[in-house]
Every structure is written in structure tokens, then in C-alpha cells.
Design a protein around this ligand. Structure first.
Ligand SMILES: O=C(O)[C@H](O)COP(=O)(O)O
Ligand SMILES: [Mn+2]
Ligand SMILES: [Mn+2]
Length: 569
């Protein structure tokens, strides 16, 4: 299965590109090369709240301490990966895009900001399309997405601006289907964000627009599945947002979140059960009907591609939609360039062209990419510039290992051992030049905020890395171990001075989000000529510099317009 569950397609690139890569002067082409991305593994202050520091990780420590000229850190957040500011933490999409493409690309968050600021969003065809529903007809404008200021999948301030823009242009009825976060922002912060949302909707009501929250739920339990890990999540969302059906019914979203949590103190923002807002007669205030307009306001693709298909595809068999309303549907962006999904969108996505994978397959590099479901699309779809198909069926093998379906602190080993085994087999097969894997544990377990589980996760990652490095050693290969952003490296919320925050019982408040930390990058292997090491003149290098570096390690010079290599020889 490819990441988005639809048949793979070869990517069409503009004609007249010279795809030939010159050979590297000292690194031999054809030496087996392992590129291992440790998801959510930052290089951070070594204190008691650094899950990586607290774990026993002899293999990864030896990379740092054993070969100082072949170990360094690189930037993985903010402007280094195309985000609007250096206060923005990195994330998998922007990190894998940068590593796959070799360039710093202005990402969705910034593109939406610019389109809203300039007003261009309202002049484009995507907005005209959805507007037809309420300027020429009685349709309601629905918005579905993640309500927080995390800046990874969405930003609430962008939704607020967009709603205002709609009202200024004559929209008379808005319904918001909001998902609680607690993963890119602190657990419990949903109350703050939904209070702000309710207040903003009230202000729009005063301007003559009937604006309300209609449904909601926790992002990990309702709507925002990814890579087809569990369609039930999307089905719950469909039922709440479209059909107006959920076991929990309330008249206000803040009351909904508070009451559900009070009844079940075990639940949290990420896993909040679905709820529907009803009027005084018990009727849902905003189920989605024929003639309405629906916008998903998340800019990031992976966790809204499935819902987009449910809205857009006539032939759809992932769950019983019961009712498939004929709506004007648009994404904040187009989420999949291969599938053209969705057809209508408000802001054009970043154009990510001539990615490293396209060059490598055209130069005959046999590639094996593998991860477990939760990160499978990261090393394929994101890596290839948000395209769901393979770049070349003859030169690429993609293997997905099915992830468990549970909060990952319950199974912190995840599928790391299986990924390592599959990668080892691919390395020892002698067939592949380039083995690319993502090991998910640091990130997925980091997001649970459970320190004990994070320690197990990191120790499992270390053992898995050892299995892969041993295989590389056996075949005289080369490796690069790096990461896409921080997460497990800080498990405590902190005050401005960096002191951990405590709750009313004196317990440290867990940090479930990514961090701003740089990430490690280690190279080595007996296939690497002895004089190759990291240069010292690029102290501010970021993830986009990785690309030229690994193209060198594969025996090629990188394209001239890629960010410079980190190597000297
Ligand atoms: O979608 C998620 O799980 C988080 O919002 C971001 O994590 P990722 O960027 O590591 O996937
Ligand atoms: Mn990640
Ligand atoms: Mn993450």
C-alpha cells in the first residue's frame, strides 16, 4: 500500500532538466548507504526531563563521542525549515520535505499567512468556488480543523481571519467543527482555545452572521488519522461533523470539553470523544447538508487527506458515509500533488520540485524506504515533496510495517525492532544502494508525555540503530543517522527561565509537543574514506543541508542549487 492508499503514479517533472549527477571525487558510487531518521530526537540540555539523556543509549552515544569530526548538530526548526519564525518548532512535514528536497521551502503556514495578509486568498478561484454556496444560495460555510496555535497542522488565528473575511464578504451562516489538540500544544489548553473561538463567534453573530461551533472531538480519536492507520477515527469525525451524530451532546463547546473531561478524568485533549452541539430542541446546530460549503482549514496534509477523500470521492468504501452531501469542498491547501486532492483549495501549496529521489532514481540508485504506518508517508510522501506515488517503480521499493493501534506509551517499543530487521535484510541483500528508514518512537511516545515510556522508547531506538549499523559494517557500507526535529529530548513544560512547571499536586507538567532543539547528524561506516568529515564553516546549517551530504555519501555531487554539503574531503 502506498501512503495514501491510492495507486502509485510516476511523478511528472518539467521537461529539459539535466538529471545527470556528476560522480563524487572520493566517495565511491555503489557503497551500500543507510539513512536513518530518528523521529523526534533532538540534542538538548541534559537534565532529568530529557528522555534521551535519561535512557541507556550506548550505540547513539558512541556516535557522538567516538568520532567528533563526524558528528554535529543541525537546525530543524523555524526559518531553517521554511516556517514563519524561529519560535516555530520543527515538525515531520517540513523536516522531511527539507531533507528530501535539499532546499528551504516556504511552507504552508507562511503561505497561508501571506495569502491572508495580502487578501489574495479572497481573489483566488478556491475562495470564489466555496463562496458560491452562500453568495448565490442559502448554504452554510463550515470549517473543519485543529483549534490551537501549534502551527504544525493549522493555526487558530488563520481560521479567525478567514471567518472574518467570509463575514465581510457577505457570509450569513458559519459552523465550526473543531478538534482539540494537546499534542502540538499543552494538554488542557483546548479550553483556552475554544473559549477564544466561542468569543470570536459571538462577535461575528453581532455582525449579523449566525456563527457557532457545531461539533468537535480530540484530534487523535476524531477525524485526524493519517496514512490509513485507522479509518474509524475518520468515521467518528464524519458522524459528528457531517451527520450530527455523537454520544455526547451539548449546547456549547467549552461546556462539552469540560463536562466530558469531568466525567472521564482519564481522557485528554488528544483523545477527547466526539461531541455535537444541539439547539434547545435537541437538533444538531450544524450538520452538513447539500448546498453547503466545507473548508478544511489545516494546511498540513497527512492528517486530513483521508477526510478529504471522504468528502470528494464518489466511490468511497472506507466506511459507510450514510449520507454524502453535495457540497462545495475545499482544503486550505491541496494536500496531495499526485492525486490532486482536493480539487479545490484556498492557497497553492509549496512547489517542491526536483527532489533528491527524482535525481537518484534517474541515476540508477536502487532505493529501499521503510517505516511503520505512523511514519511511512514521512519517508515516502513528505520525502518526495508531498506526492503519494513512487518516483520510479523500477528503482524503488517501499515497505510499510503496520503500526499498533493504541496510545504509544502503552507499547513504547512500537515497530522499531521490525523496521531494523527489514532494513538489515535490505542492507545484506546486496541489491539496494540506498536504504532509508524512519524510526518513530522518540516522537510518537514523546507526544504522550509519559517519561517512563519515553525512556523505553529511546532504549529500543538505540538497539535498533545498532542492528542496522552492524549490518552496514558487515557490507562495508556508509551510514548517516539524523533526526527531523526534537521531541523526546524535553518532556517538561517550562517557565520563561527554563524551570519545569508543576501542577497543583507538585508534579512536573509533561511536554507533549516537539521542541526547538537542533538535531544530531552522525556519519560513518567502513565504506567512508578516512579523510571525509564534517566541514566547520557551516555552523548554522539546517536539515536542507542533509540532502547534498547524503547524495555525496551515495557517490554523487548534488545539484548546484541545493543547500551546500556538510562534508569536506
Ligand atoms: O501529527 C502529529 O502527530 C503531530 O502534530 C506532529 O508530529 P510529526 O510532525 O512528528 O508527525
Ligand atoms: Mn517527526
Ligand atoms: Mn511529532
Amino acid at each position: 500500500m502506498n501512503c495514501c492508499g491510492i495507486g502509485a503514479a510516476n511523478v511528472v517533472e518539467p521537461a529539459k532538466i539535466d538529471w545527470r549527477l556528476p560522480r563524487h571525487p572520493v566517495i565511491k558510487r555503489g557503497t551500500p548507504f543507510l539513512l536513518c531518521v530518528l523521529d523526534g530526537w533532538g540534542e538538548n540540555v541534559e537534565d532529568d526531563y530529557n528522555g534521551i539523556h535519561k535512557a541507556q543509549i550506548p550505540t547513539i552515544k558512541a556516535l557522538k563521542n567516538g568520532a567528533p569530526k563526524r558528528w554535529r548538530t543541525i537546525k530543524a526548526h523555524g526559518t531553517a525549515v521554511g516556517l514563519p519564525s524561529d519560535q516555530d518548532m520543527g515538525n515531520s512535514e517540513v523536516g522531511h520535505n527539507a531533507m528530501g528536497a535539499g532546499k528551504i521551502i516556504e511552507q504552508g503556514a507562511g503561505l497561508v499567512d501571506t495569502a491572508l495578509r495580502s487578501g489574495n486568498l479572497y481573489n483566488d478561484k478556491g475562495f470564489s468556488y466555496i463562496k458560491e454556496a452562500w453568495s448565490n444560495g442559502p448554504g452554510t460555510q463550515h470549517f473543519i480543523g485543529l483549534i490551537s496555535d501549534g502551527g504544525v497542522h493549522s493555526r487558530y488565528d488563520q481560521l479567525a481571519q478567514l471567518m472574518k473575511g467570509c463575514v465581510e464578504r457577505g457570509c450569513k451562516k458559519i459552523r465550526v467543527h473543531g478538534l482539540t489538540d494537546g499534542r502540538d500544544v499543552a494538554e488542557g489548553s483546548s479550553i483556552k482555545f475554544f473559549t477564544e473561538l466561542e468569543k470570536d463567534l459571538e462577535a461575528l453573530c453581532k455582525q449579523g452572521c449566525d456563527a457557532r461551533v457545531a461539533s468537535g472531538g480530540g484530534r487523535m480519536y476524531v477525524t485526524m488519522d493519517r496514512y490509513e492507520a485507522d479509518w474509524k477515527i475518520v468515521e467518528r469525525g464524519w458522524q459528528a461533523h457531517v451527520l450530527g451524530e455523537a454520544p455526547n451532546k451539548f449546547t456549547n463547546s467549552v461546556e462539552a470539553i469540560e463536562t466530558i473531561k469531568k466525567k472521564n478524568p482519564e481522557t485528554n485533549d488528544q483523545y477527547l470523544p466526539p461531541f455535537v452541539i444541539i439547539d434547545k430542541n435537541g437538533t444538531p446546530v450544524g450538520s452538513i447538508k447539500d448546498g453547503d460549503a466545507v473548508v478544511i482549514f489545516n494546511f498540513r496534509a497527512d492528517r486530513v487527506a483521508e477526510l478529504s477523500k471522504a468528502f470528494e470521492y464518489q466511490n468511497f468504501n472506507k466506511f459507510d458515509r450514510k449520507r454524502w452531501p453535495k457540497v462545495k469542498f475545499a482544503g486550505m491547501m491541496q494536500y496531495d500533488g499526485d492525486l490532486k486532492l482536493p480539487k479545490h483549495f484556498l492557497v497553492s501549496p509549496p512547489l517542491i520540485e526536483r527532489v533528491s529521489g527524482s535525481y537518484l532514481v534517474k541515476n540508477g540508485v536502487r532505493t529501499f524506504a521503510c517505516s511503520e504506518t505512523q511514519k511511512f508517508g514521512h519517508v515516502t510522501f513528505f520525502w518526495n515533496g508531498n506526492r503519494s506515488g513512487k518516483l520510479d517503480h523500477n528503482f524503488e521499493t517501499y515497505q510499510e510495517i503496520t503500526s499498533d493501534l493504541c496510545p504509544f506509551n502503552e507499547k513504547p517499543k512500537m515497530k522499531a525492532e521490525q523496521i531494523a530487521k527489514v532494513a538489515k535484510d535490505a542492507i545484506l541483500s546486496g541489491y539496494y544502494d540506498y536504504i532509508r528508514v524512519n524510526v518513530a518512537n522518540g516522537d510518537m511516545v514523546g507526544h504522550t508525555g509519559d517519561m517512563a515510556a519515553v525512556i523505553t522508547a529511546c532504549e529500543t531506538v538505540d538497539k535498533s540503530v545498532k542492528v542496522m549499523l552492524d549490518a552496514i559494517e558487515k557490507v562495508g557500507g556508509i551510514y548517516m543517522i539524523t533526526a527531523d526535529h526534537g521531541n523526546a529530548d524535553d518532556m517538561a513544560q517550562r517557565d520563561k527561565k527554563g524551570k519545569p512547571l508543576k501542577d497543583s499536586e507538585g508534579k512536573v507538567k509533561p511536554l507533549t509537543s516537539h521542541t526547538l532543539a537542533p538535531v544530531p547528524c552522525a556519519i560513518g561506516g567502513s565504506g567512508l574514506p578516512p579523510n571525509v568529515e564534517f566541514r566547520t564553516d557551516l555552523p548554522n546549517a539546517g536539515l536542507a543541508n542533509i540532502t547534498s551530504t547524503f547524495m555525496n555519501l551515495l557517490g554523487f555531487e548534488a545539484p548546484a542549487d541545493y543547500e551546500p554539503t556538510l562534508l569536506k574531503w
